[in-house]
Write a protein that binds this ligand. Sequence first.
Ligand SMILES: [Zn+2]
Ligand SMILES: [Zn+2]
Length: 561
Amino acid sequence: MARRRDHQDELVFLPLGGVGEIGMNVYLYGLGPEHRRKWLMVDLGVTFPDFREPGVDLVLPDLRFIEEERANLAGILLTHAHEDHFGAVAEMWPRLGAPIYGTRFTMAMLKEKLKETPWRAEMELHEILLGARLNIGPFDVELVDMAHSIPDTSGVFIRSGVGTVFHSADWKLDPHPGAGRPTDEAKLKQFGDEGVDVLVCDSTNILSQGHTVSEKTVAASLGEIIRRATGRVAITSFASSVGRLLNIAKATDAAGRSLVLAGRSMHRTVELARETGLWPEHLKVHDEDDFQNLPRDNVVALLTGSQGEARAALARVSEQQHPRVSLTRGDLVIFSARAIPGNEHAIIGIQNRLADMGVEIMTEWDGGPIHTSGHPRQQEVLKLYEWLRPKTLVPMHGEPRHLETHVAFARAHGLDAVSPVRDGTVVRLLPGDAQIVDDAPVGRIYRDGQLLVPYEDEAVRERRKSSFAGCVVVSVVMDKKGEFVADPAISLIGVPQLAANGDSFFDVAQTAAIGAIASIPRPRRKSVELSSEAVRKSVRSAINLAWGKKPIVRVLLSVVK
Ligand SMILES: [Zn+2]
Ligand SMILES: [Zn+2]
């Protein structure tokens, strides 16, 4: 029988970010016949630039696919308030214009972020109850509590005429997540009984066997360290990890110490946690102004900057530049967070500066569990398989290695799995067997100062290149006859002054520029293009000969009338 795909309802999955990378999660579900689909966006996150993207402030997803389909975008559902899941909403919303849905803490964090955006008043924001079932356009979605490192994280069960999908969001199994609710096992089992066709699942920790350590174990370990400490204790962690902060506040209280918050985002999280009822009133916090007035053996300070961020509290304390918080010999700094790959250098720099000050340092490698992940290891993933009994796995939230390991893991446990799914892959989930059917344009957008620029833009590439080999600017001025009006002017940026033989690179460049022009017959020198290119090549190769590196060479050639 001929297939009539054009008329048949389908449920498709299309990641615009987050599949092939850890960060910048943007997942689309499309429902309807191929050319008349309605879309649901799950999450709209950012990622952070690495050393190959010098000067870039933030990396945002390229949404051109859904921007063109914006009339068919029914809504944006946010699973939780981590930057890699909701950080792009404020900047990208005007391109989409769709209503936004999220649970209590997620929406509180979002509203805080939106305060400065001029389009805040136009945005339709829906705060939904934990575990609620609602319709977003044609999508019948039901939320499920999932334990994670931030409260109110929700998995999403999607029911449709062609079958069901469970989108796990970021999750783990932890009966004591510190703040917020644990993963709702009973509800997941109910979905399993009802029937789950496809599981779209977090792959972050699929390379690790066993089970994630509970937040409660971390709390006990931190509590013991605080209790035994004699000097000041400073702890740095992700400011959004409400459960961790809350456990630290309880341990501080139990040890008879006072908790000081340093860093804007710590204050903001605690304020929002109070407003949303997650933070008990009796747990008091002090402003950093109180720090110096508290006895050394009475203080625990929570500092921002666990990733080595240069302007955050911890970096400034380590440089002895913080206006109110300072540490001295015998104090202790606990790194209650794991380094996100790429940040190790900055973190080690801070640790070395603290060590120079005589401050004791404790990281997760120094004995007891003082940090735990918010993502499931293999045993937890297996539990989820067991509860949901899905037919097919589609891996998400992982780099290629995590995704393909997850695929193999699922197959080894009797599931079908779709591979290779990456950002831009269109997977038809239902009806029938899930398979890759198409691809869509994806990419990255850089926030560069006040601008948003596509990642294909030359600027960042040139910045990276010039950071390795510098830049040479050559200005050549000629008259109409093709004679030099003056010697070419040279400007060297990031190029050494002298070559090994003592020649100055200024002279090397100038001689090469003069030679290049001299080698061109006079009548042809008037071609600005030809002459500039000859000068560029000649200067570049002369410098390469003397230095062994090829700088960017820019030629400004003018002909005087
Ligand atoms: Zn995430
Ligand atoms: Zn997360």
